[in-house]
Design a protein around this ligand. Structure first.
Ligand code: PGA
Length: 250
């Protein structure tokens, strides 16, 4: 059986003092969690977050990385740099990065490969816009994004990749996909992975749902057949609310 993985995506929020306070509050609330708990924090918070979360069950991730190892890329941070301080996860291709920072399927794929090269686990985001949904293109969009993001990876690397299905229209809007629709879309993503890498690999890949996840809808979403947890934005900024999502089954 696949483990549930609940990741917080703080986006551009939390200065280090707030980050440390939030994680300190979270530690006792999630210490007995059966789910894997990850916090993806801004670069500036990484070191502080890693220190506070040391020897706990909270894992720390970044929200982006460059695909090159090093070089003349002013303002960028590489996978090697993240790994060197103990970061374990990295979100790749979040829709906000695709929309505001010209991230493409090609750069997403390069970053996913680079993440594996440096021993980081990528959390790759895919999802359709409202326009695409209304045009009946959801399956086509999300299966194509998945295929392109994972292109060229070995089966083992695919199994060590988390996919987050995040319908863009549900992010930060308070509108959540129904658990049935989200589960069906995730099944489509899993079928695409099965086509490309075999059923065994597809059965092992963690596929999360993201988009207005909160404590009031977490249980319904996460107890479906194929949703293996969530990528949580706004609701991950408050320790007690995020803890309730992590402990959705209690
Ligand atoms: P949200 O964001 O939970 O605030 O909708 C999710 C995400 O963007 O990862």
């Amino acid at each position: 059986m696949r483990k549930k993985v609940i990741a917080g995506n703080w986006k551009m929020n939390m200065i280090p003092s707030e980050a440390m306070r939030c994680i300190e509050e979270l530690i006792p609330l999630v210490k007995d969690s059966e789910a894997e708990v990850i916090l993806c924090v801004p670069y500036i918070d990484l070191f502080y977050a890693l220190l506070i979360a040391q020897n706990t069950n909270i894992k720390i991730g970044a929200q982006n990385m460059h695909f090159e190892k090093n070089g003349a890329y002013t303002g960028e941070v590489s996978g090697e740099m993240l790994k060197s301080i103990g970061v374990e996860y990295v979100i790749i291709g979040h829709s906000e990065r695709r929309q505001y920072f010209a991230e493409t399927d090609e750069t997403v794929n390069k970053k996913v490969k680079a993440a594996h090269l440096y021993g980081l686990k990528p959390i790759v985001c895919v999802g359709e816009s409202l326009e695409q949904k209304e045009a009946g293109k959801t399956t086509e969009v999300i299966t194509t994004q998945t295929k392109l993001a994972l292109d060229g990876l070995s089966k083992e690397q695919v199994e060590n990749t988390i996919v987050a299905y995040e319908p863009i229209w549900a992010i930060g809007t308070g509108k959540t996909a129904t658990s049935e629709d989200a589960n069906n879309s995730i099944k489509e993503i899993r079928s695409q992975i099965a086509k490309d890498y075999g059923q065994d690999t597809a059965d092992r890949v963690i596929i999360q749902y993201g988009g207005s996840v909160k404590s009031s809808n977490a249980k319904e979403l996460f107890t479906t057949s194929d949703i293996d947890g969530g990528l949580v934005g706004g609701a991950s900024l408050k320790a007690d609310e995020f803890a309730k999502i992590v402990n959705f089954n209690k």
